[in-house]
Design a binder for this molecule. Structure first.
Ligand code: ZN
Length: 387
């Protein structure tokens, strides 16, 4: 069987695994890893109101240290397939690039992890430690029957991980640009200002909520939340919508609503942030603005894997393979790393993200080879350091 990263990636891309469909992708991984001697499990998780989702957990070896590769085989829908240069699930190559939904996010990354692990195992008989794969089919969807439950399931079996590499596409422009050593948290809040509906010609009989909303929003935005930290940008509060929903020009509306989202750094927890928002609103409202604040539940807290020997293995491997010193970053949206970090340090490094979720998502075949080379060097360094 051909275990080149290209062949593995093509096989994965040909599986139509749009969330929550397994599409044959996990079955393919199971077959390859089993053949290489991994113990493979395929837990299916359910939750009322969400589709059942298949997942995969595989482990080779039984000793410490335990290095875990994590990722997802589900993909976002391809959109209008006729707008693609090649069928989004055909795994075609053109001009040295492999096309398909998931090419960079993140079946390509999984193919590289698999190719590197199989090559390491073949060439390092009797190495001390374990290599695992934690692969979910529910990252791009509700993310309820995926990584969170898979981690719980694994812990219930007594599994303990030492370090994890998550293969999301972390590089903005070229392979080797960027490692993610943490992520910002995300918190959404909603404000409703209550007024009293009435005729614009008789404002003394009504109470317009809009001036009150303006005061609250300027109170929220007047001061930066912080100045950033060593590894994080400043936290950012973005008002995402302000709604009155009033079609009439001669009516004072009854209430005004606004929603905001905060991407926050490691100076904050959702609780401390909520207290700060509450304080700012109370101050801006004084005794005159009647309002309600609600915060959406969040499981996206900020986290950081401090630059240490493990991050060093990855940075060194990247430099050896590409010649670039990667930036250690905490930018971008949330990822499943926020769940895994509760169990072990996580570093994210994968392909170049430029075409992810787009028409004609694609990856240079050369990048697949080089990312495999990077993961392979990480495995060498990681297990050499342990023995
Ligand atoms: Zn992804």
């Amino acid at each position: 069987m051909d275990h080149s990263p290209l062949s593995l990636a093509q096989s994965l891309l040909r599986c139509p695994s749009v969330t929550p469909e397994e599409g044959g992708a996990l079955a393919f991984i199971e077959g390859v890893l089993k053949e290489a001697g991994f113990a493979v499990h395929r837990p299916v998780f359910s939750e009322p109101g969400t589709p059942d989702v298949e997942n995969l957990y595989a482990r080779y070896g039984s000793g410490d240290p335990y290095l875990l590769f994590a990722g997802h085989t589900d993909v976002v829908p391809p959109g209008d397939s006729s707008r693609w240069s090649h069928d989004p699930f055909s795994g075609e190559i053109q001009g040295g690039e492999l096309y398909g939904r998931g090419a960079v996010d993140m079946k390509g990354g999984i193919a590289c992890m698999m190719a590197a692990a199989l090559d390491f195992i073949r060439n390092t008989p009797g190495f001390k430690g374990s290599i695992g794969f934690l692969i979910t089919g529910d990252e791009e969807g509700p993310a309820i029957n995926g990584t969170v439950k898979l981690l719980e399931w694994a812990k219930g079996r007594g599994e303990r991980f030492d370090h994890c590499i998550l293969g999301e596409p972390t590089n903005p422009n070229r392979l080797g640009d960027m490692i993610k050593i943490g992520r910002r948290g995300s918190l959404t809040g909603r404000v409703v200002v209550e007024g009293k509906q009435g005729h614009v010609a008789y404002p003394h009989l009504a109470e317009n909520p809009i001036p009150g909303m303006l005061r609250l929003l300027s109170g929220l935005l007047s001061e930066p939340l912080d100045q950033g930290t060593e590894h994080f940008d400043a936290s950012n509060l973005e008002v995402t919508t302000v709604d009155v929903g009033n079609p009439a020009s001669n009516v004072i509306p009854a209430e005004a609503r606004a929603t905001f989202n905060i991407r926050f750094n490691d100076l904050w927890t959702p609780q401390s942030l909520e207290e700060e928002i509450d304080r700012r609103l109370r101050e801006a409202a004084g005794n005159t603005v009647r309002y309600r604040l609600t915060m959406d539940p969040t499981n996206a807290v900020a986290f950081l894997t401090p630059p240490n020997a493990f991050v060093g293995f990855i940075a060194d491997a990247i430099e050896a393979e590409t010649g670039f010193q990667p930036k250690l970053s905490t930018t971008g949206g949330t990822s499943d790393a926020r769940f895994i970090v509760k169990d072990c340090p996580v570093v994210e490094f994968g392909l170049v993200g430029q075409t992810m979720h787009q028409i004609d998502e694609r990856v240079p075949v050369a990048d697949l080879d080089r990312l495999t080379g990077i993961y392979r060097k990480v495995l060498d360094a990681y297990f050499a350091a342990a023995s």
